[in-house]
Design a protein around this ligand. Sequence first.
Ligand SMILES: *Cc1c(COP(=O)(O)O)cnc(C)c1O
Length: 590
Amino acid sequence: MEKASTHSSALAPERAAVIDLEALAANAAALAARISPAELMAVVKADGYGHGAVTAARAAWSAGVRRFGVAHVREGLDLIRGLEEHGIGEGARVLAWLHTPHTDFAAALRAGIELGVNGTEIERVLEAAEATGEVPRLHLKADTGLGRNGALEDAWAGLMERLAELQREGRVRVVGLMTHLAVADEPERPETDLQREAFERAAALAERCGLAGLEKHAANTPAALLRPDLRYDVCRVGLGLYGLSPFPDRPAAEFGLTPAMSLETTLTLVKRAPTGLGVSYGHRFVAESPTHLGLVPLGYADGIPRIAEGARVTVDGREHPVVGRVAMDQFVVDLGPDESALSLQGRTVTVFGAPGSTPVEVWAEAAQTINYEIVTRISQRVDRVVRGALGREAESLPLGRHEAPEAEDMRRLGERLGRALRKGDAVVLSGPLGAGKTTLTQGIARGLGAEGRVISPTFVLSRIHRNDPEGPRPGGPDLVHVDAYRLGPHGDLDSLGLDDTAGESVTVIEWGESVDPAFGERRLRVEIERAGLSANPEREDGGLSFDEDEDEGADVRTVSVTLVRGDGGPGREEGPGRTSTENGTEAGRA
Ligand SMILES: *Cc1c(COP(=O)(O)O)cnc(C)c1O
Protein backbone atom coordinates (compact mmCIF):
# COMPACT_ATOMS: atom_id res chain seq x y z
CA MET A 1 0.00 0.00 0.00
CA GLU A 2 1.51 3.27 -1.12
CA LYS A 3 0.43 6.42 0.57
CA ALA A 4 1.73 9.81 -0.31
CA SER A 5 2.78 12.19 2.40
CA THR A 6 -0.56 13.84 2.35
CA HIS A 7 -0.30 15.06 5.90
CA SER A 8 2.84 17.08 5.59
CA SER A 9 1.97 20.65 4.85
CA ALA A 10 4.06 22.64 2.43
CA LEU A 11 5.09 24.80 5.37
CA ALA A 12 6.42 21.97 7.50
CA PRO A 13 10.18 21.82 7.45
CA GLU A 14 11.63 18.42 6.72
CA ARG A 15 13.28 18.04 10.09
CA ALA A 16 13.01 20.76 12.63
CA ALA A 17 13.63 21.75 16.17
CA VAL A 18 10.55 23.92 16.53
CA ILE A 19 11.22 26.67 19.04
CA ASP A 20 8.26 28.22 20.83
CA LEU A 21 9.02 31.90 21.39
CA GLU A 22 5.99 32.39 23.57
CA ALA A 23 6.99 29.52 25.83
CA LEU A 24 10.47 31.00 26.17
CA ALA A 25 9.07 34.41 27.03
CA ALA A 26 6.60 32.95 29.50
CA ASN A 27 9.33 30.87 31.15
CA ALA A 28 11.52 33.96 31.51
CA ALA A 29 8.63 35.88 33.04
CA ALA A 30 7.78 33.03 35.44
CA LEU A 31 11.39 32.69 36.55
CA ALA A 32 11.87 36.43 36.95
CA ALA A 33 8.76 36.59 39.12
CA ARG A 34 9.83 33.60 41.18
CA ILE A 35 13.29 34.94 42.02
CA SER A 36 12.36 38.60 42.42
CA PRO A 37 13.83 40.82 43.83
CA ALA A 38 16.90 38.96 42.56
CA GLU A 39 17.55 39.72 38.92
CA LEU A 40 17.37 37.10 36.18
CA MET A 41 20.42 36.55 34.01
CA ALA A 42 19.31 34.47 31.04
CA VAL A 43 22.06 31.96 30.26
CA VAL A 44 22.14 31.53 26.48
CA LYS A 45 25.49 29.79 26.03
CA ALA A 46 25.82 26.88 23.60
CA ASP A 47 23.45 28.61 21.21
CA GLY A 48 20.80 28.89 23.86
CA TYR A 49 21.09 25.19 24.79
CA GLY A 50 20.37 24.40 21.16
CA HIS A 51 17.32 26.69 20.92
CA GLY A 52 19.19 29.58 19.28
CA ALA A 53 20.91 32.09 21.53
CA VAL A 54 19.35 35.09 19.84
CA THR A 55 15.92 33.49 19.80
CA ALA A 56 16.12 32.75 23.50
CA ALA A 57 17.50 36.19 24.31
CA ARG A 58 14.84 37.96 22.25
CA ALA A 59 12.14 36.10 24.13
CA ALA A 60 13.74 36.86 27.48
CA TRP A 61 14.16 40.49 26.44
CA SER A 62 10.47 40.72 25.64
CA ALA A 63 9.81 39.52 29.18
CA GLY A 64 11.95 42.34 30.52
CA VAL A 65 15.22 40.45 31.01
CA ARG A 66 18.24 42.68 30.42
CA ARG A 67 21.11 40.44 31.49
CA PHE A 68 22.58 37.56 29.59
CA GLY A 69 25.20 34.98 30.43
CA VAL A 70 27.43 33.05 28.04
CA ALA A 71 30.52 30.93 28.50
CA HIS A 72 32.70 32.44 25.76
CA VAL A 73 33.34 36.01 24.71
CA ARG A 74 32.75 34.87 21.15
CA GLU A 75 29.23 33.81 22.10
CA GLY A 76 28.67 37.19 23.69
CA LEU A 77 29.79 39.04 20.57
CA ASP A 78 27.49 36.95 18.38
CA LEU A 79 24.63 37.54 20.80
CA ILE A 80 25.05 41.31 20.83
CA ARG A 81 25.14 41.45 17.04
CA GLY A 82 22.10 39.18 16.80
CA LEU A 83 20.07 41.32 19.19
CA GLU A 84 21.07 44.45 17.30
CA GLU A 85 19.78 42.91 14.11
CA HIS A 86 16.44 42.60 15.83
CA GLY A 87 16.57 46.20 16.90
CA ILE A 88 16.90 45.33 20.58
CA GLY A 89 19.65 44.84 23.09
CA GLU A 90 20.44 48.43 23.94
CA GLY A 91 21.37 48.51 27.60
CA ALA A 92 21.75 44.74 27.79
CA ARG A 93 24.49 43.43 30.07
CA VAL A 94 26.36 40.37 28.88
CA LEU A 95 28.70 38.32 31.04
CA ALA A 96 31.21 35.76 29.68
CA TRP A 97 33.02 33.51 32.13
CA LEU A 98 35.11 30.93 30.32
CA HIS A 99 38.26 32.06 28.55
CA THR A 100 41.18 30.57 26.69
CA PRO A 101 44.66 31.96 26.00
CA HIS A 102 43.24 33.11 22.68
CA THR A 103 40.13 34.88 23.90
CA ASP A 104 39.75 38.26 22.22
CA PHE A 105 39.40 40.43 25.31
CA ALA A 106 39.79 43.62 23.30
CA ALA A 107 36.70 42.73 21.28
CA ALA A 108 34.91 41.89 24.52
CA LEU A 109 35.73 45.27 26.05
CA ARG A 110 34.77 47.18 22.93
CA ALA A 111 31.41 45.41 22.98
CA GLY A 112 30.97 46.11 26.69
CA ILE A 113 30.99 42.42 27.64
CA GLU A 114 31.62 41.83 31.33
CA LEU A 115 34.16 39.17 32.23
CA GLY A 116 34.27 36.50 34.89
CA VAL A 117 37.87 36.18 36.07
CA ASN A 118 39.83 33.75 38.24
CA GLY A 119 43.08 35.70 38.19
CA THR A 120 44.96 33.86 35.46
CA GLU A 121 43.68 36.14 32.70
CA ILE A 122 44.12 39.50 34.45
CA GLU A 123 47.28 40.51 32.60
CA ARG A 124 45.73 39.89 29.22
CA VAL A 125 42.58 41.73 30.24
CA LEU A 126 44.69 44.70 31.34
CA GLU A 127 46.52 44.69 28.01
CA ALA A 128 43.21 44.76 26.21
CA ALA A 129 42.06 47.60 28.44
CA GLU A 130 45.17 49.55 27.52
CA ALA A 131 44.68 48.87 23.83
CA THR A 132 41.02 49.85 23.78
CA GLY A 133 40.89 52.55 26.41
CA GLU A 134 37.98 50.70 28.02
CA VAL A 135 37.69 49.90 31.71
CA PRO A 136 36.94 46.17 32.09
CA ARG A 137 33.94 45.25 34.21
CA LEU A 138 34.85 42.12 36.13
CA HIS A 139 33.15 39.43 38.16
CA LEU A 140 35.46 37.51 40.43
CA LYS A 141 34.91 33.77 40.13
CA ALA A 142 35.31 32.02 43.46
CA ASP A 143 35.64 28.23 43.50
CA THR A 144 33.59 27.37 46.58
CA GLY A 145 33.63 23.66 45.92
CA LEU A 146 32.95 22.89 42.28
CA GLY A 147 36.59 22.27 41.57
CA ARG A 148 36.46 23.82 38.15
CA ASN A 149 37.24 27.25 36.82
CA GLY A 150 37.07 29.67 39.76
CA ALA A 151 39.89 30.74 42.08
CA LEU A 152 40.37 28.46 45.10
CA GLU A 153 40.02 29.90 48.59
CA ASP A 154 43.76 30.14 49.29
CA ALA A 155 44.08 32.50 46.30
CA TRP A 156 41.16 34.79 47.16
CA ALA A 157 42.97 37.30 49.36
CA GLY A 158 45.81 37.88 46.90
CA LEU A 159 43.45 38.18 43.95
CA MET A 160 41.06 40.50 45.75
CA GLU A 161 43.83 42.79 46.93
CA ARG A 162 45.22 42.98 43.42
CA LEU A 163 41.81 43.74 41.94
CA ALA A 164 41.09 46.34 44.62
CA GLU A 165 44.35 48.08 43.81
CA LEU A 166 43.65 48.03 40.07
CA GLN A 167 40.23 49.43 40.80
CA ARG A 168 41.68 52.28 42.85
CA GLU A 169 43.95 53.05 39.91
CA GLY A 170 40.89 53.20 37.71
CA ARG A 171 42.10 50.35 35.53
CA VAL A 172 39.28 47.90 36.23
CA ARG A 173 35.83 47.98 37.73
CA VAL A 174 35.02 44.97 39.88
CA VAL A 175 31.25 44.62 39.76
CA GLY A 176 30.51 41.09 40.87
CA LEU A 177 31.39 38.03 42.88
CA MET A 178 30.23 34.73 41.49
CA THR A 179 30.40 31.04 42.20
CA HIS A 180 28.88 27.96 40.61
CA LEU A 181 27.20 25.07 42.42
CA ALA A 182 28.05 21.40 42.08
CA VAL A 183 24.99 19.52 43.31
CA ALA A 184 22.11 21.99 43.48
CA ASP A 185 20.01 19.56 41.42
CA GLU A 186 20.18 17.11 44.34
CA PRO A 187 18.60 19.23 47.07
CA GLU A 188 19.21 16.69 49.83
CA ARG A 189 22.99 16.76 49.50
CA PRO A 190 24.94 18.82 52.04
CA GLU A 191 27.61 20.21 49.72
CA THR A 192 25.42 23.12 48.60
CA ASP A 193 25.32 24.45 52.18
CA LEU A 194 29.10 24.18 52.37
CA GLN A 195 29.41 26.12 49.13
CA ARG A 196 27.11 28.76 50.52
CA GLU A 197 29.28 29.16 53.62
CA ALA A 198 32.41 29.45 51.49
CA PHE A 199 30.70 32.02 49.28
CA GLU A 200 29.78 34.08 52.33
CA ARG A 201 33.45 33.98 53.40
CA ALA A 202 34.48 35.18 49.94
CA ALA A 203 31.99 38.04 50.12
CA ALA A 204 33.21 39.12 53.56
CA LEU A 205 36.82 38.97 52.43
CA ALA A 206 36.05 41.07 49.36
CA GLU A 207 34.60 43.78 51.62
CA ARG A 208 37.67 43.72 53.81
CA CYS A 209 39.88 44.05 50.73
CA GLY A 210 38.02 47.19 49.72
CA LEU A 211 35.80 45.69 47.04
CA ALA A 212 32.49 47.13 48.12
CA GLY A 213 29.03 46.71 46.70
CA LEU A 214 29.71 43.61 44.61
CA GLU A 215 26.74 41.92 43.02
CA LYS A 216 26.67 38.38 44.28
CA HIS A 217 25.50 35.49 42.15
CA ALA A 218 25.59 31.77 42.78
CA ALA A 219 22.32 30.24 41.65
CA ASN A 220 21.80 28.16 38.52
CA THR A 221 18.35 26.83 37.63
CA PRO A 222 18.00 24.29 40.47
CA ALA A 223 19.10 26.79 43.12
CA ALA A 224 16.98 29.56 41.60
CA LEU A 225 13.97 27.26 41.84
CA LEU A 226 14.46 25.72 45.27
CA ARG A 227 17.03 27.70 47.25
CA PRO A 228 15.82 31.21 48.06
CA ASP A 229 18.87 31.62 50.30
CA LEU A 230 21.16 31.31 47.27
CA ARG A 231 19.42 33.76 44.98
CA TYR A 232 21.45 36.76 46.17
CA ASP A 233 21.40 39.65 43.65
CA VAL A 234 21.32 37.75 40.39
CA CYS A 235 20.42 34.19 39.31
CA ARG A 236 22.12 32.74 36.25
CA VAL A 237 19.37 30.61 34.78
CA GLY A 238 19.73 28.44 31.71
CA LEU A 239 17.74 25.21 31.75
CA GLY A 240 14.60 26.68 33.28
CA LEU A 241 14.38 29.30 30.56
CA TYR A 242 14.06 26.47 28.06
CA GLY A 243 11.19 25.04 30.05
CA LEU A 244 13.00 22.04 31.47
CA SER A 245 13.40 20.86 35.03
CA PRO A 246 16.77 19.95 36.55
CA PHE A 247 15.09 17.59 39.00
CA PRO A 248 14.37 14.02 37.82
CA ASP A 249 11.34 13.73 40.10
CA ARG A 250 9.82 17.16 39.60
CA PRO A 251 8.47 18.04 36.16
CA ALA A 252 8.92 21.54 34.80
CA ALA A 253 5.17 22.16 34.87
CA GLU A 254 5.37 22.13 38.65
CA PHE A 255 7.37 25.35 38.35
CA GLY A 256 5.13 26.86 35.69
CA LEU A 257 7.65 26.16 32.92
CA THR A 258 6.88 24.88 29.41
CA PRO A 259 9.37 23.06 27.14
CA ALA A 260 10.31 25.39 24.30
CA MET A 261 11.84 22.91 21.86
CA SER A 262 9.90 20.29 19.99
CA LEU A 263 11.87 18.03 17.66
CA GLU A 264 9.66 17.19 14.70
CA THR A 265 9.82 15.48 11.37
CA THR A 266 7.65 13.17 9.29
CA LEU A 267 7.45 9.40 9.25
CA THR A 268 8.98 8.98 5.84
CA LEU A 269 8.22 5.30 5.40
CA VAL A 270 5.91 2.81 7.05
CA LYS A 271 6.13 -0.86 6.12
CA ARG A 272 4.96 -4.29 7.20
CA ALA A 273 7.65 -6.24 8.98
CA PRO A 274 7.38 -10.04 8.88
CA THR A 275 8.42 -12.17 11.81
CA GLY A 276 12.16 -12.52 11.94
CA LEU A 277 13.05 -9.21 10.24
CA GLY A 278 16.16 -7.72 11.84
CA VAL A 279 16.23 -3.98 12.21
CA SER A 280 19.19 -1.65 11.70
CA TYR A 281 22.90 -2.23 12.27
CA GLY A 282 23.75 -5.19 14.44
CA HIS A 283 20.19 -6.53 14.32
CA ARG A 284 19.71 -5.53 17.91
CA PHE A 285 15.97 -5.81 17.30
CA VAL A 286 14.32 -8.71 15.48
CA ALA A 287 10.54 -8.74 14.96
CA GLU A 288 9.15 -11.62 17.01
CA SER A 289 5.78 -11.35 15.32
CA PRO A 290 4.43 -9.37 12.35
CA THR A 291 4.43 -5.65 13.03
CA HIS A 292 4.81 -2.29 11.27
CA LEU A 293 7.96 -0.26 11.25
CA GLY A 294 8.15 3.51 10.83
CA LEU A 295 11.25 5.29 9.60
CA VAL A 296 12.26 8.54 11.31
CA PRO A 297 14.79 10.56 9.28
CA LEU A 298 16.91 11.70 12.21
CA GLY A 299 20.08 10.09 13.48
CA TYR A 300 23.16 10.65 15.53
CA ALA A 301 24.46 13.20 13.03
CA ASP A 302 21.39 15.21 13.98
CA GLY A 303 22.10 14.81 17.67
CA ILE A 304 19.95 11.76 18.41
CA PRO A 305 22.08 9.71 20.82
CA ARG A 306 23.15 6.44 19.25
CA ILE A 307 22.52 4.51 22.44
CA ALA A 308 18.96 5.74 22.92
CA GLU A 309 17.24 2.43 22.11
CA GLY A 310 14.16 2.22 24.25
CA ALA A 311 13.23 5.86 23.85
CA ARG A 312 9.85 6.71 22.32
CA VAL A 313 8.32 9.10 19.81
CA THR A 314 4.80 10.45 19.46
CA VAL A 315 2.65 10.18 16.34
CA ASP A 316 -0.95 11.39 16.45
CA GLY A 317 -0.91 11.52 20.21
CA ARG A 318 0.33 7.93 20.61
CA GLU A 319 3.79 6.86 21.65
CA HIS A 320 5.85 4.24 19.84
CA PRO A 321 9.18 2.72 20.91
CA VAL A 322 12.48 3.13 19.12
CA VAL A 323 13.74 -0.27 17.96
CA GLY A 324 17.23 -1.20 16.80
CA ARG A 325 20.28 1.01 16.66
CA VAL A 326 20.01 4.70 15.96
CA ALA A 327 22.06 5.22 12.79
CA MET A 328 23.74 8.34 11.49
CA ASP A 329 20.70 9.58 9.57
CA GLN A 330 17.73 7.58 10.70
CA PHE A 331 16.11 5.35 13.24
CA VAL A 332 13.14 3.02 13.29
CA VAL A 333 10.07 2.87 15.52
CA ASP A 334 7.71 -0.04 16.09
CA LEU A 335 4.16 1.03 15.19
CA GLY A 336 2.56 -2.26 16.18
CA PRO A 337 0.68 -5.02 14.34
CA ASP A 338 -2.47 -3.07 13.52
CA GLU A 339 -2.97 -2.42 9.77
CA SER A 340 -3.93 1.18 10.54
CA ALA A 341 -0.24 1.89 11.13
CA LEU A 342 0.18 2.04 7.34
CA SER A 343 -1.82 5.24 7.26
CA LEU A 344 0.77 6.94 9.43
CA GLN A 345 3.25 7.35 6.61
CA GLY A 346 3.80 11.04 6.09
CA ARG A 347 2.46 11.98 9.50
CA THR A 348 4.29 14.35 11.76
CA VAL A 349 6.35 12.56 14.34
CA THR A 350 7.34 14.40 17.47
CA VAL A 351 10.55 12.94 18.78
CA PHE A 352 10.25 14.92 21.98
CA GLY A 353 9.18 18.20 23.41
CA ALA A 354 5.75 19.57 22.69
CA PRO A 355 3.40 19.31 25.66
CA GLY A 356 1.36 16.16 25.19
CA SER A 357 4.15 14.33 23.40
CA THR A 358 7.15 12.36 24.56
CA PRO A 359 9.10 14.41 27.10
CA VAL A 360 12.78 14.99 26.42
CA GLU A 361 13.52 13.23 29.71
CA VAL A 362 12.51 9.91 28.12
CA TRP A 363 15.36 10.39 25.67
CA ALA A 364 17.72 11.53 28.40
CA GLU A 365 17.04 8.40 30.39
CA ALA A 366 17.41 6.09 27.38
CA ALA A 367 20.73 7.76 26.59
CA GLN A 368 21.90 7.71 30.21
CA THR A 369 22.25 11.47 30.28
CA ILE A 370 20.33 14.62 31.27
CA ASN A 371 17.78 16.71 29.41
CA TYR A 372 20.38 19.53 29.12
CA GLU A 373 22.50 17.36 26.83
CA ILE A 374 19.69 16.12 24.60
CA VAL A 375 18.45 19.58 23.57
CA THR A 376 21.91 21.15 23.41
CA ARG A 377 23.27 18.49 21.08
CA ILE A 378 20.58 18.73 18.40
CA SER A 379 22.91 19.58 15.57
CA GLN A 380 22.95 22.36 13.03
CA ARG A 381 21.89 19.81 10.44
CA VAL A 382 18.39 20.23 11.87
CA ASP A 383 16.53 23.43 11.02
CA ARG A 384 15.47 25.68 13.86
CA VAL A 385 11.97 26.89 13.18
CA VAL A 386 10.79 29.66 15.43
CA ARG A 387 7.05 29.73 16.14
CA GLY A 388 4.92 32.24 17.92
CA ALA A 389 5.16 35.97 18.29
CA LEU A 390 6.54 38.23 20.93
CA GLY A 391 4.09 40.68 22.29
CA ARG A 392 6.16 43.51 23.60
CA GLU A 393 9.37 45.44 23.08
CA ALA A 394 10.77 43.25 20.36
CA GLU A 395 7.86 43.94 18.07
CA SER A 396 7.11 47.54 18.84
CA LEU A 397 7.43 50.31 16.30
CA PRO A 398 10.83 52.03 16.10
CA LEU A 399 9.35 55.46 16.65
CA GLY A 400 11.60 58.48 16.89
CA ARG A 401 14.68 59.69 15.04
CA HIS A 402 17.28 57.33 13.67
CA GLU A 403 20.55 57.90 11.88
CA ALA A 404 21.34 55.80 8.85
CA PRO A 405 24.90 56.34 7.66
CA GLU A 406 24.85 53.39 5.26
CA ALA A 407 22.29 51.80 3.00
CA GLU A 408 22.38 48.72 5.20
CA ASP A 409 21.45 50.82 8.25
CA MET A 410 18.47 52.09 6.31
CA ARG A 411 17.52 48.55 5.37
CA ARG A 412 17.88 47.39 8.95
CA LEU A 413 15.65 50.16 10.24
CA GLY A 414 13.13 49.17 7.58
CA GLU A 415 13.37 45.60 8.77
CA ARG A 416 12.56 46.59 12.35
CA LEU A 417 9.62 48.52 11.04
CA GLY A 418 8.56 45.57 8.89
CA ARG A 419 8.59 43.26 11.87
CA ALA A 420 6.35 45.60 13.84
CA LEU A 421 3.86 46.44 11.11
CA ARG A 422 0.43 44.87 11.11
CA LYS A 423 -2.18 44.09 8.55
CA GLY A 424 -3.97 47.31 7.63
CA ASP A 425 -1.10 49.65 8.42
CA ALA A 426 -0.18 52.45 6.03
CA VAL A 427 3.30 53.97 5.89
CA VAL A 428 3.74 57.31 4.17
CA LEU A 429 7.34 57.83 3.12
CA SER A 430 8.78 61.18 2.24
CA GLY A 431 12.18 62.58 1.52
CA PRO A 432 14.13 63.95 -1.40
CA LEU A 433 15.33 62.06 -4.40
CA GLY A 434 18.06 59.68 -3.40
CA ALA A 435 17.09 59.79 0.26
CA GLY A 436 16.77 56.04 0.48
CA LYS A 437 13.03 55.51 0.39
CA THR A 438 13.21 52.39 -1.73
CA THR A 439 16.09 51.09 0.36
CA LEU A 440 13.99 51.52 3.48
CA THR A 441 11.11 49.76 1.74
CA GLN A 442 13.43 46.86 0.91
CA GLY A 443 14.07 46.55 4.63
CA ILE A 444 10.36 46.70 5.38
CA ALA A 445 9.84 43.87 2.89
CA ARG A 446 12.54 41.87 4.63
CA GLY A 447 10.96 42.41 8.04
CA LEU A 448 7.52 41.52 6.73
CA GLY A 449 8.88 38.52 4.88
CA ALA A 450 7.49 39.76 1.56
CA GLU A 451 8.50 38.02 -1.64
CA GLY A 452 10.20 39.51 -4.67
CA ARG A 453 12.70 42.27 -5.18
CA VAL A 454 11.52 45.67 -4.09
CA ILE A 455 12.42 48.33 -6.64
CA SER A 456 11.15 51.79 -7.24
CA PRO A 457 7.52 51.46 -8.28
CA THR A 458 7.82 54.36 -10.75
CA PHE A 459 6.51 52.62 -13.81
CA VAL A 460 3.63 50.78 -12.29
CA LEU A 461 2.43 53.09 -9.52
CA SER A 462 1.84 50.14 -7.23
CA ARG A 463 3.15 46.65 -6.83
CA ILE A 464 2.15 43.81 -4.52
CA HIS A 465 4.73 41.64 -2.78
CA ARG A 466 3.09 38.56 -1.37
CA ASN A 467 3.89 37.23 2.05
CA ASP A 468 6.48 34.47 1.83
CA PRO A 469 5.16 31.45 3.74
CA GLU A 470 8.75 30.39 4.41
CA GLY A 471 9.84 33.85 5.49
CA PRO A 472 10.13 35.29 8.98
CA ARG A 473 6.40 36.07 9.24
CA PRO A 474 4.49 33.20 7.63
CA GLY A 475 0.85 34.17 7.28
CA GLY A 476 1.72 37.84 7.76
CA PRO A 477 0.44 40.71 5.62
CA ASP A 478 1.40 41.28 1.99
CA LEU A 479 3.29 44.44 1.10
CA VAL A 480 1.72 46.94 -1.30
CA HIS A 481 4.36 49.36 -2.52
CA VAL A 482 3.00 52.57 -4.06
CA ASP A 483 4.50 55.57 -5.80
CA ALA A 484 2.24 58.56 -5.31
CA TYR A 485 4.44 61.00 -7.20
CA ARG A 486 2.59 60.74 -10.47
CA LEU A 487 -0.70 61.28 -8.72
CA GLY A 488 0.18 64.91 -8.33
CA PRO A 489 -0.22 67.19 -5.36
CA HIS A 490 -3.83 66.28 -4.68
CA GLY A 491 -3.53 62.76 -5.92
CA ASP A 492 -6.42 60.45 -5.70
CA LEU A 493 -5.26 57.23 -4.11
CA ASP A 494 -8.67 55.75 -4.71
CA SER A 495 -7.82 55.53 -8.38
CA LEU A 496 -5.25 52.87 -7.52
CA GLY A 497 -7.83 50.58 -5.95
CA LEU A 498 -5.82 50.43 -2.75
CA ASP A 499 -8.91 50.12 -0.63
CA ASP A 500 -9.24 46.56 -1.89
CA THR A 501 -5.87 45.48 -0.64
CA ALA A 502 -5.18 47.85 2.23
CA GLY A 503 -7.10 45.94 4.86
CA GLU A 504 -5.14 42.75 4.32
CA SER A 505 -1.77 44.31 3.59
CA VAL A 506 0.76 46.82 4.71
CA THR A 507 0.73 49.74 2.27
CA VAL A 508 3.92 51.75 1.83
CA ILE A 509 3.46 54.97 -0.13
CA GLU A 510 6.51 56.74 -1.49
CA TRP A 511 6.24 60.45 -2.29
CA GLY A 512 3.10 60.31 -0.25
CA GLU A 513 3.47 63.49 1.76
CA SER A 514 0.71 65.24 -0.11
CA VAL A 515 -1.77 62.39 -0.08
CA ASP A 516 -4.01 61.53 2.75
CA PRO A 517 -4.89 57.89 2.60
CA ALA A 518 -8.29 57.22 4.03
CA PHE A 519 -7.32 53.68 4.88
CA GLY A 520 -4.84 52.43 7.39
CA GLU A 521 -5.71 51.15 10.84
CA ARG A 522 -2.51 52.78 11.87
CA ARG A 523 -0.73 55.35 9.80
CA LEU A 524 2.95 56.09 10.10
CA ARG A 525 4.86 58.97 8.64
CA VAL A 526 8.47 58.30 7.83
CA GLU A 527 10.51 61.34 6.84
CA ILE A 528 14.02 60.93 5.54
CA GLU A 529 16.38 63.87 5.54
CA ARG A 530 19.63 63.77 3.70
CA ALA A 531 22.31 66.29 4.48
CA GLY A 532 22.74 68.68 1.56
CA LEU A 533 19.38 68.10 -0.02
CA SER A 534 16.26 70.09 0.58
CA ALA A 535 13.39 68.22 2.09
CA ASN A 536 11.01 68.58 -0.78
CA PRO A 537 12.68 69.13 -4.12
CA GLU A 538 11.10 69.24 -7.50
CA ARG A 539 11.69 65.96 -9.12
CA GLU A 540 14.03 66.69 -12.00
CA ASP A 541 14.06 63.40 -13.77
CA GLY A 542 10.49 63.13 -14.89
CA GLY A 543 10.14 60.09 -12.74
CA LEU A 544 12.03 57.80 -15.02
CA SER A 545 15.16 56.78 -13.22
CA PHE A 546 14.90 58.03 -9.70
CA ASP A 547 15.77 55.81 -6.82
CA GLU A 548 17.73 53.35 -8.88
CA ASP A 549 20.93 54.68 -7.44
CA GLU A 550 19.69 55.70 -4.05
CA ASP A 551 22.56 54.11 -2.27
CA GLU A 552 24.98 56.54 -3.80
CA GLY A 553 26.33 59.33 -1.74
CA ALA A 554 27.84 59.01 1.69
CA ASP A 555 25.61 61.51 3.47
CA VAL A 556 24.11 60.42 6.73
CA ARG A 557 20.35 60.15 6.50
CA THR A 558 18.15 61.01 9.42
CA VAL A 559 14.89 59.14 9.57
CA SER A 560 11.96 60.22 11.72
CA VAL A 561 9.25 57.68 12.34
CA THR A 562 6.02 59.13 13.63
CA LEU A 563 2.73 57.50 14.36
CA VAL A 564 -0.04 59.78 13.14
CA ARG A 565 -2.95 57.48 13.72
CA GLY A 566 -3.61 54.40 15.81
CA ASP A 567 -1.77 52.91 18.74
CA GLY A 568 1.89 52.12 18.98
CA GLY A 569 1.24 48.64 20.30
CA PRO A 570 1.68 45.86 20.89
CA GLY A 571 4.50 47.38 22.89
CA ARG A 572 4.54 51.11 22.83
CA GLU A 573 8.04 52.47 22.99
CA GLU A 574 9.31 55.42 24.86
CA GLY A 575 11.29 57.95 22.98
CA PRO A 576 11.13 61.14 21.04
CA GLY A 577 8.58 59.81 18.58
CA ARG A 578 5.04 60.87 19.07
CA THR A 579 3.20 57.83 20.20
CA SER A 580 -0.19 59.43 20.43
CA THR A 581 -2.45 60.57 17.65
CA GLU A 582 -1.63 63.79 15.96
CA ASN A 583 -4.51 64.21 13.58
CA GLY A 584 -6.91 62.71 16.04
CA THR A 585 -7.98 59.13 15.85
CA GLU A 586 -11.23 59.77 14.09
CA ALA A 587 -10.44 62.89 12.09
CA GLY A 588 -8.30 61.15 9.53
CA ARG A 589 -10.66 58.28 9.01
CA ALA A 590 -12.99 58.20 6.06
C1 LIG B 1 25.66 26.94 32.43
C2 LIG B 1 25.84 27.77 33.61
C3 LIG B 1 24.73 28.26 34.33
C4 LIG B 1 23.31 27.87 34.02
O1 LIG B 1 23.00 26.61 34.60
P1 LIG B 1 21.52 26.02 34.51
O2 LIG B 1 21.52 24.87 35.42
O3 LIG B 1 21.30 25.64 33.10
O4 LIG B 1 20.60 27.09 34.95
C5 LIG B 1 24.97 29.15 35.35
N1 LIG B 1 26.23 29.51 35.69
C6 LIG B 1 27.32 29.02 35.05
C7 LIG B 1 28.67 29.45 35.48
C8 LIG B 1 27.16 28.12 34.00
O5 LIG B 1 28.23 27.64 33.37
